[in-house]
Design a protein around this ligand. Structure first.
Ligand SMILES: Nc1ncnc2c1ncn2[C@@H]1O[C@H](COP(=O)(O)OP(=O)(O)O)[C@@H](O)[C@H]1O
Ligand SMILES: [Mg+2]
Length: 304
């Protein structure tokens, strides 16, 4: 079962097309990363899913329900954490949570109990009666996430929840999201921090200029687009790579140094080692290095 299924979603702002037939599916229980540079169309896509933006083409289903025809049902299945704070300024942290619960039809008593649990979880209990405007930036951010969870949604959609957040809180949020996902909540996380996507997400979709340019598991994306680089430390230094070794596309890490580097190629690796050995050169160290999602991402967004 797909928690989210977007098919050929197109969106125009006036005459400008912001989304070009976006398609993606997020299986139930997944931790999905929606990655793209500023202006790519991430927020627009999320707003289409949550009923905050209309769209001109395609459709979106949440656990099989259409977000337009079954709006109330799909909205109740989704917890939404927006990019910007959008609280009523005159409410306290607790009131914000209880009001939100009311919006989803939770009885007052249950709402209060649930709010207390979330305030505790997000270390806001001591500030629950404080006017929201008096909370620190980090507290507001935590409250925003707590609010998204008040009705125990099956999918949590977060729009850049860690943008501008300090490292300590970021690490805490990562742990929290991991735990939530392990408890069965499907997570759709928007980010432009590649490290975040690489660390947390099982699958990643990359959007650029309103078009999906990649969609795969995190591992496959790194594997397929990235390549492993192997560095060998030799028992002597070289000004140039000896001819027989050069054939393998080997290069010196630094001229006059004893390190050489080549792109991993399973079929040729043993031949390379034999050739080095036949030259009477010893290998004293070996290191492999994986291309990061960062490099892949730069590569992909450069060419389109
Ligand atoms: N309300 C709006 N009116 C007109 N254009 C908009 C509006 N919101 C977003 N856009 C444009 O749509 C594109 C996608 O924006 P957005 O979805 O906010 O990107 P992201 O969240 O990936 O940074 C951008 O070119 C942006 O300028
Ligand atoms: Mg955005």
């Amino acid at each position: 079962m797909n928690a989210i299924q977007i098919s050929k979603l197109s969106k125009f702002y006036g005459k400008t097309q912001a989304l070009h037939e976006i398609s993606l599916a997020v299986p139930a229980g997944d931790f999905f990363g929606f990655l793209g540079p500023n202006g790519a169309g991430k927020t627009t896509t999320i707003h289409a899913m949550t009923g905050l933006a209309n769209f001109q083409g395609g459709d979106i289903k949440v656990f099989g329900n259409d977000v337009i025809h079954d709006y109330r049902k799909t909205r109740a299945l989704i917890g939404f954490v927006p990019q910007e704070f959008n609280f009523d300024p005159y409410l306290s942290a607790e009131q914000i949570l209880v009001f939100e619960a009311g919006y989803f039809g939770l009885p007052k008593k249950i709402a209060k109990a649930r709010a207390a649990e979330l305030l505790e979880e997000f270390e806001l209990s001591g500030h629950r009666h404080l006017d929201y405007r008096k909370l620190s930036g980090g507290m507001k951010r935590r409250l925003l996430i707590a609010r998204g969870l008040i009705h125990q949604p099956k999918v949590l959609i977060l729009d850049e929840p860690t943008a501008g957040v300090d490292l300590e809180l970021r690490l805490k949020l990562w742990d929290f999201l991991k735990r939530l996902n392990e408890e069965g909540v499907t997570i759709f996380l928007t980010t432009h921090y590649i490290e975040e996507a690489e660390r947390l997400c099982k699958r990643i979709g990359v959007i650029h200029h309103g078009r999906m340019i990649a969609l795969d598991t995190t591992a496959a994306l790194i594997d397929q687009l990235g390549s492993h680089v192997i560095t060998l430390r030799l028992d002597r230094s070289f000004e140039v790579v000896p001819e027989p070794i050069l054939r393998f596309g080997v290069e010196l890490v630094k001229q006059g140094g004893n390190m050489i580097r080549f792109r991993k190629d399973d079929e040729r690796i043993s031949d390379l080692f034999k050739t080095i050995h036949a030259q009477g050169i010893g290998i004293t160290g070996i290191e492999t290095e994986k291309t990061s999602l960062e490099e892949i991402f730069l590569e992909m967004t450069k060419s389109t």
